[in-house]
Ligand binder design. Structure first.
Ligand SMILES: Cc1ncc(COP(=O)(O)O)c(C=O)c1O
Length: 385
């Protein structure tokens, strides 16, 4: 396969070789059902127990707080719908920039008697603290604010937001899918500040697709979305995907390495990228806020983001326009909309998300390609008018 330079690590990451090695036996000889009462079953159960410890250790949680799910999407749905099912309908507050797998279940609840408030962000994509405080005073029952945004990479000050939610009696959830492995995440410290639940996903950290977790403070009651044999403390039934869970654990065991790779060298690559983009007149989104070290979100005014992504793909660079998960959606990004970016500029948005393997040469090559591609598209646009 022709292999373009991969600049889309917020969409998914390559499987770490050590993760593949750890998973392989569970796809071949070690095939038991972890609920079986024979050696094949016990073998699988032990492997899940080890993975649970590894996941917990990577984010400073206790193994008993980890509920394995099929993905970050399921974990987010499990918290929003599962916690709501244990409460009388009331106010539910989620940030306006959440991933659709938080926004959509919240909207589903709003059709079933809940009052949904989408928390505003400022022009840099950070929660508007004044408005947040006002909403907390209305005593929401559930609050969800993501730790890092998948499009802009902008980080929220969860340790400051969660205590205000707790003070008014809300259960607070944070989607940490994009943060883990890029910045240090400590559930114990967040939990002490009032975070009751947190979502993780394996395929964003060098693990396989189809494995994730909701880390849940056991004092928060939730109903399972999937009832059945009572797996995962009765909160998520279904025969465990042992290989994927083992891979998730193995990826978590490498979290220190990932964090080291997301250090000053990656920030230097991002800075070079941003200087190059600014030099060709790009608008950078969220650049004034604390952000993930790997993410750059920009727009070249007048050039359609989707079109640019297609041309860059043919030129050998894999980047994203808006969120990959919603790239079938022709609407401009709701994240940029919430930041007050006008739809015409939002339609031009392109996201670059770096990973450990990316090099300075790749960045220089990309900037050259982008400049040529943009000039060509600008000529074509000018001819068309
Ligand atoms: C912030 C965020 N939350 C949740 C998800 C969904 O995770 P998964 O792909 O494991 O369902 C994504 C995926 O892109 C994401 O970026």
């Amino acid at each position: 396969m022709f292999a373009p330079v991969y600049f889309d690590h917020n969409a998914s990451t390559p499987l770490e070789p050590a993760v593949f090695d750890a998973m392989l036996p569970w796809l071949t000889a070690r095939f038991g059902n972890a609920s079986s009462r024979h050696e094949y079953g016990r073998d699988a159960r032990r492997a899940i127990d080890v993975a649970r410890q590894q996941v917990a250790a990577a984010v400073g949680a206790d193994a008993t707080e980890v509920i394995f799910t099929s993905g970050g999407s399921e974990a987010n749905n499990l918290f929003i719908k599962g916690a709501a099912a244990c409460l009388k309908p009331g106010l539910l507050a989620v940030s306006a920039i959440e991933h659709p797998c938080v926004i959509k279940p919240a909207e589903q609840l709003s059709r079933r008697g809940w009052l949904l408030h989408k928390l505003a962000v400022d022009a840099d994509g950070r929660i508007d603290c004044g408005q947040y405080e006002e909403v907390m005073r209305q005593k929401p029952k559930l609050v969800s604010v993501m730790l890092a945004n998948n499009e802009t990479g902008v980080l929220q000050d969860i340790a400051a937001l969660a205590p205000r939610a707790r003070a008014f009696g809300a259960a607070f959830h944070t989607d940490a899918v994009q943060a883990v492995g890029k910045v240090a995440v400590d559930f114990r410290a967040l939990n002490a500040a009032g975070v009751g639940a947190m979502t993780l996903s394996a395929h964003k950290i060098g693990g396989p697709k189809g494995a994730a977790a909701l880390v849940l403070d056991k004092r928060i009651e939730i109903e399972p979305l999937i009832a059945g044999g009572g797996h995962e403390r009765g909160l998520r039934s279904g025969t465990e995907n042992v290989a994927a869970i083992v891979g998730f654990g193995a990826a978590c065991a490498l979290i220190g390495q990932r964090l080291a790779a997301a250090g000053p060298e990656m920030v230097a690559l991002r800075s070079r990228l941003e200087t190059g983009l600014a030099a060709i007149g790009a608008t950078l989104f969220g650049a004034g806020a604390p952000r993930l070290p790997n993410t750059v979100y920009f727009a070249l005014s007048g050039l359609d983001g989707e079109t640019l992504v297609g041309h860059l793909d043919r030129a050998g660079y894999a980047v994203a326009s808006g969120a990959a998960c919603s790239s079938a959606n022709p609407e401009p990004s709701h994240v940029l909309g919430a930041m007050g970016v006008v739809p015409e500029l939002a339609r031009s948005a392109v996201r670059i998300s770096l990973g450990a393997g990316n090099t300075r040469e790749e960045i220089e090559g990309f900037l050259m390609s982008l400049q040529m591609t943009a000039a060509k598209l600008q000529r074509l646009t000018a001819m068309a008018v």
